[in-house]
Design a protein around this ligand. Sequence first.
Ligand code: HEM
Length: 501
Amino acid sequence: MAQITEMCYYIVSLLCKVVLSLIALYVVRRRIKMKRVYELADKLKNSYKPLPLIGHAYMALGTNEDRLNVLKQFSSEAINNKHGVTGAWIGMNFYVVVADPLAAEVLTKAVLVKSDMKAFRHLTGKYGSIFAPLDIWRRHRRVVLHSFSEKHLRDYIEIFANRSLTAVEELDVVADNGPFSIWDRILEYSMTSVSQSLLGMENIDIKDKEHELFMQAFSMYLQYTAEKMSQPWLRSDVIFRIMPIYKKLEKWKNVIHSFIEQVIRKNMSKPAGSPKNVMETIMETSRSFEQPFSLEELRDELVVLILASIDTSTVAVCFTCLMMAMHPECQERAYKEVMEVMKDATAPTIDHLSKLTYLDAVIRETLRLYPPVPLIARKVDEDVELPTGLTIVPNCELLISVWAIHRHPRHWGSDADIFNPDRFLKPSERPGGSFMAFGYGPRNCIGYRLAMKSTKIVLSSIIRRFRILPPSNQSQFELKLKYDVMLKDVNNFQIQLQRRK
Ligand code: HEM
């Protein structure tokens, strides 16, 4: 008996020694691999202490409002650092938080690899350019960029203009009737106009069962993704795959994929004509460039475009509505401009849009203060030297704080927090990277021009018919913000609409 106990003791102690040696080996190897990262982290220490193993992740526990506050805290540390950057540990990964536009310009040009957003990559598949390896991204970006050229945008604008008229009719039902959330109605505008311009689904009825399920699938997918991102333990694939959330994401992904594949197949069986929507343009362009996109490639790219466009555009329109409600003088100036430019036209055309310069400035100023994408993440794969001389090294990640860049007092002045669209009307000496609502450099937003046009279209249609008012009678209500994949209003964009006489 004593011999067996001794033997067990021996085996257990041997096992412990092996495990401890393996851990020590891992720590040493990691120390060597990450030596330069630790040196960089030492230079970028700030007021917030990282804890062993979890780093600063403890600060991000809590609500989406708390998470935005963490972004603000690190942003202000970065603004006050002489290099315009600071450091943050999330688990064992080191992130460089960037708040200086000049540093961000250099980094967005030099660092092209995206951080691994597994939750989204699961949906955008092997070929969706946004998270695909660089060789796939390059080929896809060339084809997709061509599909969003000014020539092609003209073809899509009419779709957005007609959809904006439908949106205004639906808003009329709730006008003069007290406060309501404008989110769902603008989301419907974005979803229907995007489905029509991207997938060529004409005469979409939002009540159409299949389309409704498809759109529900997108909302549900985004909701579960936000949930997944707020639970750090789900970062581990092993844990994630055994949790119920994995099955839910799988289910909605399959709905999205099979719907898009069905639309593509239907389109492929039609006789070829001149392309009328993004899907047809991509098919034609990929054919004329080199190799035509396969069904899977086209499906994944369309998923990317839908994913990248719907919520971002909806957030942009909703925040601009809030700004107009809070700044009635800006709204009246934009209204007068719209009336002068459009006169009796029923719907805005591409030529009207180019003349709406004040409305353009109102939208840009809104996107400056409330960028729908307040953080851009990248993975550093080679040395990059910042203009201040600091070298950012491989094996760390970047969090470019668009939030901080847009409120940097050196570039936007001491009144950087004040809403003033006139900033965008005068020529300025500001560096190009000081406005990054649509990113910067070779990976900037492909849909930038379409997004600006679509936002102008729906806003011009809304302010022609209604006056946008705050939800209560005070114009200076306080905005409460949260970070849930995107920047959003905690109160879900409550406003009132008053019909203009
Ligand atoms: C107001 C609306 C929008 C905002 C604020 C916005 C913002 C952004 C930002 C900040 C990036 C860069 C991310 C990075 O560098 O990592 C980006 C990339 C992208 N956006 Fe947008 N976007 C908007 C609308 C759209 C629309 C309408 C489309 C397409 C129809 C679109 C398609 C894309 C794509 C495909 C990328 C990835 C580009 C690449 O990686 O090469 N976006 N967007």
